[in-house]
Write a protein that binds this ligand. Structure first.
Ligand SMILES: Nc1ncnc2c1ncn2[C@@H]1O[C@H](COP(=O)(O)OP(=O)(O)OP(=O)(O)O)[C@@H](O)[C@H]1O
Length: 452
């Protein structure tokens, strides 16, 4: 280029244009800059949409199992984070739901109630695809353990969710008995969607129970997510729940012998020890009570209702401003501070032992003052050497004083007001496995007071 051309270019580029009187080279510079920014933007959009495409389980059947569990684990971590900070500043409200056989206690704050208002659509997306669409063939779950069921399949199994198939109703949904196409008897829990908590419960249960296998824990076979429906499909446990057998109308003599009661206590302890010490991360049940102990025909206990379970990393405690559990079973530190560890389950388990031995409810306002609270009454009785008087009058035979003494000692240790002094479930199990615990004596005569 000659010197004249350069001079010509310079003068042309320096000429003012009609765009705000800017010189031509400024306008060209801006134009080039905008093009570069646009290109970068398009590139980032491409990369993002490609990542989303990879994460969508419907687009890739070979997806890594770990990827799919991320939304659930993330959800739990987020809850921990929120609750920990809120705990310091907010004053919890206490809400007691009455209208069922027991009172459910929910301590909540505004933050946490807002949290629970998740929309169904979001949840459906998290679980990878609405159960395969209505009327489609049942598919294997992408979670890697059970399967999902179609709504049509579960409607067929439960006679269209018929009233006569209802076997119980809990805080979060109605439970139906059903028979699947392959003749498997199942319990179908249809979660109520009008409560945000039910959706969270669904996520937690699916993730936690789906992987758990233990003879003393109710097995989750699969689930259904379709439209507004969220259902859990469990193995059917065919002999009711412990609450019915302890407090229902069973006549003057209970079919629950001493040996059966000890087996129920031991089996429940095994299930809990497995949740606390056999899984990583460990699982705290949070709602151990007699309704949640299902029984088979051989009186084997199976712990159900993991809806309130939270996953805990080892050696961590969980602080929440939303305390859940059932009135009478909730550990004092959990109720007061929201501090949740597996020791909260140990406390509830101690209450359960007392309930099984005495046949009394943890809190019974129908009883005279001083007997309303089971723990306080039992402590008083043991302290005044009247342990033999705490036994369920419907028990067909009496335990040996040694067995009674041992089991009451275990129960009292479990309900120690100081959570750190309560034994771990593994230790409880060890204490419960002593042979002499199982043997009853034949009559009351043998009975002597227990000296603690
Ligand atoms: N797998 C099952 N097999 C047989 N019956 C079941 C099964 N699961 C639940 N049930 C019955 O349904 C009832 C309701 O169960 P659910 O777990 O929904 O509520 P709950 O434990 O009684 O109360 P909440 O949910 O408030 O703790 C149980 O008490 C039990 O009798």
């Amino acid at each position: 280029m000659s010197i004249y051309d350069k001079a010509f270019m310079n003068s042309e580029l320096s000429k003012p244009t009609s765009i705000f009187g800017l010189r031509l080279w400024v306008v060209v510079g801006i134009f080039v800059g905008v093009i570069i920014v646009l290109l970068l933007f398009l590139l980032s959009v491409c990369i993002t949409s490609r990542r989303r495409h990879i994460k969508n389980p419907n687009n890739n059947n070979n997806i890594n199992h770990q990827t799919l569990t991320t939304p659930v684990s993330k959800d739990i971590q987020e809850i921990v984070h929120h609750d920990t900070s809120d705990h310091r500043t907010s004053i919890p409200e206490i809400q007691i739901d009455i209208g069922k056989s027991e009172h459910r206690v929910v301590f909540s704050d505004r933050q946490s109630s807002g949290e629970s208002r998740a929309t169904s659509n979001n949840d459906t997306a998290s679980f990878g695809g609405g159960g395969g669409g209505s009327g489609g063939l049942p598919q294997v779950s992408h979670l890697g353990w059970g399967r999902w069921y179609t709504l049509r399949e579960l409607e067929a199994a439960t006679n269209g969710l018929a009233d006569e198939n209802v076997i119980g109703e809990g805080g979060y949904g109605i439970v139906y008995s059903g028979v699947l196409g392959d003749n498997t008897r199942v319990a179908v829990k249809n979660l109520l969607n009008n409560r945000g908590q039910a959706e969270r419960e669904f996520k937690v249960e699916v993730e936690v129970i789906g992987r758990v296998r233990h003879k003393n824990l109710v097995r989750l076979l699969g689930y259904c997510v379709e439209g507004a429906y969220r259902m859990l499909v469990y193995e059917y446990v065919d002999n009711g729940n412990l609450e019915q057998w302890l407090h229902g109308d069973v006549g003057d003599v209970s079919p629950l012998t001493w040996r059966i009661r000890m087996n129920i206590i031991q089996g429940t302890a095994k299930g809990l020890a497995y949740l606390h010490e056999g899984l990583e991360p460990k699982v705290v049940h949070r709602d151990i009570k007699s309704n949640n102990i299902l029984l088979d025909r051989q009186w084997n206990p199976k712990v159900s209702d993991f809806g309130l379970a939270k996953l805990l990393g080892s050696d961590t405690s969980y602080v929440t401003t939303r305390v859940m559990g059932t009135f009478g079973y909730v550990a004092p530190e959990y109720a007061c501070t929201g501090m949740l560890t597996e020791k909260s389950d140990v406390y509830s388990f101690g209450i359960l032992i007392m309930e099984i031995i005495t046949g009394r409810n943890p809190v019974d306002y129908g009883r005279p003052q001083g007997e309303v609270n089971l723990v306080e009454w039992l402590k008083t009785m043991v302290g005044s050497r009247k342990s033999d008087e705490v036994i369920d009058p419907k028990l067909p035979e009496m335990p040996s004083s040694k067995a009674l003494k041992r089991i009451l000692l275990v129960a009292l240790r479990c309900v120690d007001p100081d959570a750190t002094k309560r034994p771990k479930m593994g230790h409880v199990l060890h204490m419960l496995e002593a042979d002499d615990l199982l043997f009853p004596t034949v009559s009351m005569h043998y009975f002597s007071s227990v000296d603690f």
